[in-house]
Design a protein around this ligand. Sequence first.
Ligand code: F6P
Length: 522
Amino acid sequence: MNMTETSQWKEITSYAKELKNKRIIDLFDENRMNEFSHELNNIYFDYSKNKIDQPLLDLFIKMAKELNLQQGIEDMFSGKKINTTEKRAVLHTALRAPEDQIIKVDGQNIIPLIHNANKKIENFTRKVISGEWKGTTGKSITDIVNIGIGGSELGPKMVVHALKDYRNHLKIHYLSNIDPFQLDHLLTEIDLETTLFVIVSKSFSTQETLTNAESVQKLYIKKYGKDAIAKHFATVSTQIEKAKNFGIAENNIFPMWDWVGGRFSLWSPAGISIPLAIGFENFKKLLEGAYLTDRHFKEKEFKENLPFLGAITSIIYNNLLGYETEAYIPYSEKLKYLPDFLQQLLMESNGKSINKNGRKVSYQTGNILWGNPGTNAQHSFFQLLHQGTKMVPLNFIAEKINRSTAFPMQHRMLLSNMIAQSEALLKGEANENPYKNFEGNRPSTIMLLDEITPSALGSLLAYFEHLTFVEGYLWDINSFDQFGVELGKKTAAHILESLEHKKIDRIHDDSTNQLLQRVMKD
Ligand code: F6P
């Protein structure tokens, strides 16, 4: 059953229609801030500037109960194989569970696996950070290159950038694109002698990752011989044999598990660049922060359950009011990669049109998500957000205190801009000159962290993960597979074959044929 089949749905739709014509500002009464603002691990969430009110929330809560959402949450946490198309459990939450918990997959408690892997990672990162780990010429490591793409890059890269204040001396780079421009450029920035490459690939079969890794491996073999590989390469994968065949020393192979999806994997060994950058103790705090959100999500009633509230505000816009996109605007350069991470998390998870029973859905699913940091965004696309014909709900994210800056006044200016934008979007400003008139009534959610610490960041990211789950659950889709990326990969392999052999041996459309001929011409 999906949300449109519940007994509440009709009422929800007609109520939302009424709400569409109301002004958000008129929804404010003496209870609104209590009902629609909450705190979790020093993060303040404010949903009050959204097109939601208590009666609509109550209807959604009834709907969630009818759909047994609480049981769905239990099922995920306890390791039920809710990724039905791939027959897998979905247990990124186990990665941050305390050591004394028991969570079983196919009868085996996975908690010891996680903690053993973490011990191995702790040991490895300590050696690299302390300089004990030596490269092939006896020098300590100065640079780390994470070779990985999608979930094997976006989460760790975003976290490592956000936690710059916690970083050690190691320089961390991310090599992801098949575009050799990235590799060429990287090679101008690093010295192979003092660089450690970590190949992160759950499947160990991703074209971009393997090709980049092979290119770098060849450089080492040519320059230093085969033995250098054991000193300069480590890997994280579920495919231990494939990694060994690639030539990675067994000691340098860290596990991944099929019950962790790539886009949910920053907490696993796939996030190895995080403890390398900020030390294992800080990585543990990130996990602890995520665990606080896990408990919140499992235990709090829906009326104050943050991932639930976040998910239903999106659903109101997506399914009831017809707003097709949502913007995430971090007012923090530290969080500049957050929109990229969220795009994969939400759009790869919920960009589906077939429900859990294999039938085409008759309603909207995954919303389009985009964004860039403020204040820069104000000077590019905010014109459209204030006066355009499209309605784009916003999500503002910022930190209250930036302890590390030498320019605290600038930080206050940054925050004042964010607060001002959310108020201006809400209220607008009447002007008799139509060009200068601001209608307002444009929704936004605010997430204000006291500070971007490992713990608070962990809590925030787990919030987005659970929000993704709730949306997928209510839409009755499997948020945990990604078959939609396969056709492009397969087609690219055929096209490459044509390009390499300068021969078109398949039937293409005219446009593709002409393009191929153009690319093949000397
Ligand atoms: O192509 C999509 C995808 O499978 C993502 O889901 C994943 O995060 C990424 O590719 C990388 O996959 P892997 O870690 O297996 O190399």
